[in-house]
Design a protein around this ligand. Sequence first.
Ligand SMILES: Cc1cc2nc3c(=O)[nH]c(=O)nc-3n(C[C@H](O)[C@H](O)[C@H](O)COP(=O)(O)OP(=O)(O)OC[C@H]3O[C@@H](n4cnc5c(N)ncnc54)[C@H](O)[C@@H]3O)c2cc1C
Length: 429
Amino acid sequence: MKIRILGAGLAGCEAAVQLARRGHSVELIEMRPVKTTPAHQTSNLAELVCSNSFRSSAITNAVGLLKHEMALLGSMVVARGTEARVPAGDAFAVDRERFSALVTRTIESEPNIVVRREEATALDRGDADFLVVATGPLTSQPLFDAINAFLGHDGLYFYDAIAPIVAADSLDMSKLYWKSRYGKGSGTDYLNAAMSREQYEAFVGALLGAELYPLHDFEKAVHFEGCLPVEEIASRGVDTLRFGPMKPVGLEHPVTGERPWAVIQLRKEDLSDEYFNLVGFQTKMKVGEQKRVIQLIPGLENCTFARFGSMHRNTFINGPRHLRATFQAKKDDRIFFAGQVTGVEGYVESAAVGLLVARYIDEIAREGAAHALPYHTALGALGRHVSESSPDRYQPSNVTWALIEDVVGRVKKTEKRERQVEAALRALH
Ligand SMILES: Cc1cc2nc3c(=O)[nH]c(=O)nc-3n(C[C@H](O)[C@H](O)[C@H](O)COP(=O)(O)OP(=O)(O)OC[C@H]3O[C@@H](n4cnc5c(N)ncnc54)[C@H](O)[C@@H]3O)c2cc1C
């Protein structure tokens, strides 16, 4: 088979090598250095644009499990990362120049891969059997427009707005109550954290004092769009949050009937009952500050975080609306999307999707159909997130235990993770 891949980042390079090693012919189109992105600085393939970390290497951590699964399936990114690894405790950190130089050399020495340095401006398969779009969070504008037109101008976004997720078993349920606004819905969709006036004012003060991640120049436009970070709303006046995401109307206490001064709602995560999302709490606060501020919320004093909030410039597709669990476009089975553009987040997750897409294309070539990996593996969970999250609330996500299907049930948390890891690895052998 012949496969054209657009974008030679983490996902595009992983997909290219996997396909080439299975005997397919790959054309890899990368626009740098002819045209660059606002974040990349070199012409190397698979450049790491910010941190040099592939995060935790502990196998009971979701991203640790993901890397382990990728290594089992022969990931090139994990192999080159291991060669470029530098000491960083539990974290898997790499020498970024060495890493991308090693990947570039690997790609250039694969006889089945031809690299073309030019900007892709259309979803054009040419004479290839399949097209893989892996142009990442900073996809260039002409291609963004082409993807948008292909999707019918529906469900392609240019920034993310992510609210923190906390673990259900870390909440103090004696301080929280179940209720949907005006009693609509099932009654167990939302938990509510009520605040008195004093608690609210202290909370707003803490939000306003919190340290934020600086914005890159190319991210400044984000704030003019509809979805504001919570600290930005707070800065518009002490009561602004109370009339926005912390509105108490319709959320009177079910026993006392009293209306609190303000309420924070926690919504069950789409794919799991074990985690809650803080509704409307997208934020640019630094991670340590998020912890400090959010633990001021009554009932969340000891909460643990499955994911911290964030907001960045980010090109991504509404996966549940447009993609299958195999990352094929619903509109055209010969077009795959891979990497961050599918709504996964992070270097490792992006490379993982490249690996999956190559595997699925190869399965189609050999067997006529692709079979998505089981959702209780970290790899399969990425396809689950992309295809089965709620399309109305879809936001990019790192791999977390909240995404990985629970096939173990109720046991102690430490034992549970070990058993989940065993089940995932068994499925891949
Ligand atoms: C500013 C910034 C900081 C980040 N920091 C981190 C971090 O610290 N840790 C982390 O895990 N993740 C981080 N991310 C997310 C990170 O980008 C992704 O995790 C990862 O690089 C995405 O992999 P990818 O293969 O999908 O895209 P990329 O690695 O970005 O690769 C896409 C490639 O496509 C090329 N391209 C774009 N448009 C075209 C076109 N029209 N034609 C041809 N080529 C094109 C680009 O030049 C690029 O080489 C950051 C993202 C940004 C934007």
